[in-house]
Design a protein around this ligand. Sequence first.
Ligand code: 13P
Ligand code: ZN
Length: 275
Amino acid sequence: MKVLEAEFVRGFIRMANDGWEQGWHERNGGNLSYRMKKEEVASVAEALDTNGPWQEIGTTVPKLAGEYFLVTGSGKFFRNVKEQPEDSLCIIQLDEKGEKYRICWGLTGGGRPTSELPSHLMNHEVKLEVTGGKHRVIYHAHTTNVIALTFVLPLKDEVFTRELWEMATECPVVFPDGIGVVGWMVPGGRDIAVATSQLMKKYDVAIWAHHGMFCSGEDFDQTFGLMHTVEKSAEILVKTRSMRPDKLQTITPQNFRDLAVDFHVELPERFLYEK
Ligand code: 13P
Ligand code: ZN
């Protein structure tokens, strides 16, 4: 099968374009990666070139040895993914130690996978382990309202989780484990990848202060939906704070406990502190 005919590739392109239409991907902002299933690799095997040179990932991910990923290219614009997928995306394979990758398809105009490849792969490695292989999608977007909040809220997991939960009743059901926050760090390297992947052991969402967000999920729908829900909640918080600094009423800790019972989710008590 041709790569562009495969269902997982069509789903990837649709998600990238949805993110562009949301306004989360100015210029080359953001990146997306998908850990391919064995049968998906087999279905496009004839289109893959497995003779390219091995290149350093910049970190080691031994549990992902030999895995294949569909990834956005570094410096490529999400705006172009739908029109020029072969140039905007690539399929990479990891070596048997999880130290190097090689490009097997795509990036027809040249280039390399996203500069955030260390963060994507370290997040994939953690999620492979903690979800028993269910999670396959890692998504990084420059979500406007979440970024705005990182200038005015304390950069604490408890504060971001609680404030965003309060903004929409469904939020604690969509991300019951909460949200992690990484203080400002230089992007693109191993250090920020380590910090983010530590948070991904506990959460499906990690915020990078003054930069954006990472989400992890089982498939494109779940992962896009998670990013969308958190960012919409942040938009409501920005709006309420713009109208007045305090809230006249909100969802209370006891309201959350009641919700948890009916919706069969566990909400950690550390997010339900008295203010
Ligand atoms: P890339 O173009 O290398 O994917 O980088 C974009 C980005 O958002 C960096 O954090
Ligand atoms: Zn970024």
